[in-house]
Design a protein around this ligand. Sequence first.
Ligand code: NAP
Length: 247
Amino acid sequence: MTSFSSPTQQIALITGASRGIGRAIATSLADSGRFIYINYQSSEEAARTTLEAVKAAGSDGALLGFDVTDQAAAESAISKVITDKGTIDILVNNAGISDDMLMVWMRSENWHRVMDTNLTGFYNVTKPVVKTMLSKRCGRIINITSTSGQMGQAGQVNYSASKAGLIGATMALSREIAKRNITVNAVAPGFIETDMIKDLPKDQILKTVPAGRLGKPEEVAAAVTFLCSPEAGYITGQVLGINGGIC
Ligand code: NAP
């Protein structure tokens, strides 16, 4: 067990929590009474729906809109949270995009947009949060990577590279800060039913999934919530696949 405060005293920040997996994580973490900061880029109305779900789960939260690719905006928003609440105990780096095409057609902007959001976004948000966790000597960081970053996926050279990079960053950062009682882990979903995969051919996808079905956002959220628990205090630097047996 760690000296982690009780869930009702914890402050969690989830990036990309307006929709999909991020919304399910926000709701699941709120279940035990944590205060939830809901980050989003542009979908303010959807983010308000997440806040309603957090309240319905018996907790409270606030919207925190900023673009994770904008370092100054991320630092300013996080600094305001720390001024208001004193700390951030849990950070879930979930905001992410895909922009799929074969490498031969991929333009520089397709590469950079995905890398800037999925990997540099991790840097922009995590750096200011780690500072406060180090001074408090406890914390939980969970990075949402992907099966695509573990296996590679044709048509996703940019996305696979960004998510593989996030796994490397998870393992390296976990080694830097483990002694300060801060765990850093990655969760790697396979195909989860959200907007991100709504245009992909479901029949073809299902042939690659041993479980024979898509995953639910709540199934990813349950793993994240476990990694935030005191019982998971000795788990760090790991990648947990939630993928119906793909890899
Ligand atoms: P989604 O439904 O498309 O939601 C994406 C979320 O990220 C939204 O809240 C969006 O905010 C936010 N976002 C995107 N760019 C942002 C930026 N620059 N700054 C701040 N927020 C930003 O996606 P999802 O399926 O829930 O995916 C969540 C995470 O899981 C991603 O990292 C994704 O790569 C990963 N993942 C998903 C799957 C899957 O099958 N769905 C599989 C493996 C990994 P707005 O609503 O404001 O645009």
